[in-house]
Write a protein that binds this ligand. Structure first.
Ligand code: F6P
Length: 555
């Protein structure tokens, strides 16, 4: 791609800055009062989803200017380059083609002379055969017993996506196999996952794109030791191991049997890999038909992102609303608030998807950027978060934009008519977005306090505490329900939103050099911690902490 001027030097950026200043005095209350059609104008419906941006602090004019910005950044050019398989991951010289993993069967996609769609389908077929063999009890452990528990050992992209999806799709789980996850090198994680299990009935899935990640390889070795301790040193431990990786030689070195390996490729980024072999734990939990439906949902979103005009393109609209908040209103955090207990792990998943992708300070042409990039992402499911951190969202000093993700129906009928619990959940989601947008003026609170007979001095003291500034931006995303197809749509929506933001910022959303330094420093420190003869050579604080840790106590 040709080098573009820094996006903050574009006329579109400057027009947005001027527009932000002009719009600033108007609150969301004002904007709704001035336009009865605001909800209709600023919400979009697509394939069963509804995206409501009417509670963002923007207007149709803002969106028009943001679309100019997208054009100045050549968003569509980069999008088309990604879908065409160009090496848009410049620093690693790689194509970015997770979309190929969710193409319908029978599709073709040429990458450097290879039909990678056919390659991906063939691997999916191998995965299907594995899932069937394990689920039907034909694939057995060293003692001939079928597997009752599968434990995925992986971290980052080799953990967060599958873990989130397995949790989100609990209503689709098929009986007979418990799927668990271990990621942390903290021994507690593995110890708790295997507690009470029979090694003879336990299958480990070692998931690692590189197959060199310290935490995963350490956990995999300890899992092997646990199996050998339970089954005997000479037991056929490889019968209990499957590996998912883009590094076949490393799988071989670990001792994984050839037909226990599933591969994926360097054109699949780690945090975009749950659609690949890395999705095996999802497929084991929900079955292959459901897994294919999950892929189909993502593919539907791919097609929408690729073909819909930008002014009706859900990921693009979400991306632009985020850029407006971050770069023109100065709100650099994002709360992700799913009103669905199954999506409890979605914020953690999106932390990696967003922050590892767009936490960058240098653009694609190696120039430092002089504007904010990726937001700080955090969140919890509603209604739990309401009783924890929403206080700050409502009355804190910094507005924090929030995404409310709200399924219209629950998979779990509960309460009166089977709908009472879910009606309460919906009511809470809608009440929160109303409260955040509209607030509660102090005058209204004063009037109520006076009317209730409070003494005047007490009313004056209390009113500021009990009033709400409002004007806090939120996005609401409605989905029919959380099932494999809609979860696929939802995740792909966020993937493309993140991509579109990175494109406008001119950064490479597909590398992650920022994780390297800490990994590199941990190696000598580990040696220094375990070998007292080694002299630590770090900054004084690190040396001091190593010394205390070696002593094992603070004296
Ligand atoms: O440390 C970050 C990272 O490289 C992520 O990008 C990746 O998802 C994770 O580590 C795990 O890597 P792997 O799948 O190679 O074990």
């Amino acid at each position: 791609m040709d080098q573009l001027p820094p996006i903050d030097s574009s006329p579109a950026w400057q027009a947005l800055q001027a527009h932000a200043e002009a719009l600033a005095p108007q609150t969301l209350r004002d904007l709704f009062a001035a336009d009865a059609q605001r909800f209709d104008t600023l919400s979009w419906r697509q394939d069963g989803l509804l995206l409501d941006l009417s509670r963002q602090r923007l207007t149709a004019e803002t969106l028009r200017l943001l679309l100019d910005l997208a054009e100045a950044a050549d968003l569509t050019g980069l999008r088309d380059a990604m879908f065409a398989g160009e090496h848009i991951n410049l620093t690693e010289d790689r194509a970015v083609l997770h979309s190929v993993l969710r193409l319908p069967p029978g599709s073709a996609f040429d990458l450097d002379g290879e039909d990678v769609a056919a390659t991906a389908q063939a691997e999916l077929e191998r995965m299907a055969a594995m899932v069937a063999a394990i689920r039907e009890g034909r694939w057995r452990g060293a003692t001939g017993k079928p597997f009752r528990t599968a434990i995925n050992i992986g971290i980052g992209g080799s953990d967060l996506g599958p873990r989130m999806a397995v949790d989100a799709l609990a209503a689709d789980h098929q009986p007979g196999l418990d799927v668990r996850f271990v990621s942390n090198v903290d021994g507690a994680d593995l110890a708790r996952a295997v507690a009470g299990l029979d090694p003879a009935e336990t299958l480990f899935i070692v998931a690692s794109k590189t197959f060199t990640t310290q935490e995963t390889m350490t956990n995999a070795a300890s899992a092997r030791a646990w199996l050998q301790a339970g089954l005997g040193r000479d037991a056929d431990w490889p019968a209990h191991f499957i590996a998912l990786s883009a590094a076949p030689a490393e799988m071989e070195t670990f001792g994984i049997k050839p037909d226990h390996r599933l591969t994926f490729w360097d054109w699949v980024g780690g945090r975009y890999s749950l659609w690949s072999a890395i999705g095996l734990p999802i497929a084991l939990a929900i079955g292959m038909e459901n897994f294919r439906s999950f892929l189909a949902g993502a593919h539907a979103m791919d097609k929408h992102f690729q073909t819909a005009p930008l002014e009706r393109n859900l990921p693009v609209l979400m991306a632009l609303a985020g850029i407006w908040n971050i770069n023109f209103l100065g709100f650099t955090s994002l709360a992700v608030l799913p009103y669905d207990q199954g999506l409890a792990r979605l914020p953690a998943y999106l932390q990696q998807a967003d922050m590892e992708s767009n936490g960058k300070r240098v653009d694609r042409w190696s120039r430092p950027v002089h504007y904010a990039t990726g937001p700080v992402v955090f969140g919890e499911p509603g209604t739990n978060g309401q009783h924890a951190f929403y206080q700050l969202l409502h009355q804190g000093t910094q507005p924090i934009p929030a995404d409310f993700i709200v399924p219209l129906h629950s998979r779990y009928p509960m309460g009166e008519n089977g709908t009472r619990h879910h009606a309460m959940l919906l009511a809470n989601a809608f009440a929160q977005t109303e409260a955040l947008a509209m607030g509660r003026p102090q005058a209204e609170v004063m009037a109520e306090l006076r009317q209730s007979g409070q003494p005047e001095y007490e009313s004056r003291m209390l009113a500021p505490h009990r009033s709400f500034p409002g004007n806090r931006p939120t996005t609401t995303l409605l989905l029919p329900r959380i099932d494999p197809f809609t979860l696929g749509q939802l995740i792909a929506l966020y993937e493309h939103k993140i991509f579109a933001q990175g494109a406008v910022w001119g950064i490479n959303s597909f590398d992650q050099w920022g994780v390297e330094l800490g990994k590199r420093l941990a190696k000598p420190i580990l040696e220094e911690l375990t070998d007292p003869k080694r002299q630590p050579h770090h900054d004084p604080a690190t040396n001091g902490l190593i010394e205390v840790a070696r002593k094992g106590a603070v004296d």
